[in-house]
Design a protein around this ligand. Structure first.
Ligand SMILES: [Zn+2]
Length: 70
């Protein structure tokens, strides 16, 4: 069974919608299960929480973009 997952690419800041395979066993609710998702925005893998859509290394409480000067 597949389901849609929505996450925000930490590299490009784009909202990405992808399909993932939901292989959860029946009767079990996984907690903090992260799946590797191929990001079409930056072409790399992100680990996305299938329940919350959060990224594995995403800092909490960050809204908006952080200005970075190269
Ligand atoms: Zn990405």
């Amino acid at each position: 069974m597949q389901r849609q997952i929505l996450f925000r690419c930490p590299r490009t800041g784009m909202n990405v919608q992808q399909r993932i395979d939901d292989e959860r066993p029946e009767g079990r609710t996984p907690v903090d299960s992260y799946v590797p998702v191929r990001c079409p925005a930056c072409m790399s893998l992100h680990f996305v929480n299938t329940t919350t859509g959060r990224l594995l290394n995403e800092p909490n409480g960050q809204s908006g973009s952080t200005p970075r000067s190269a």
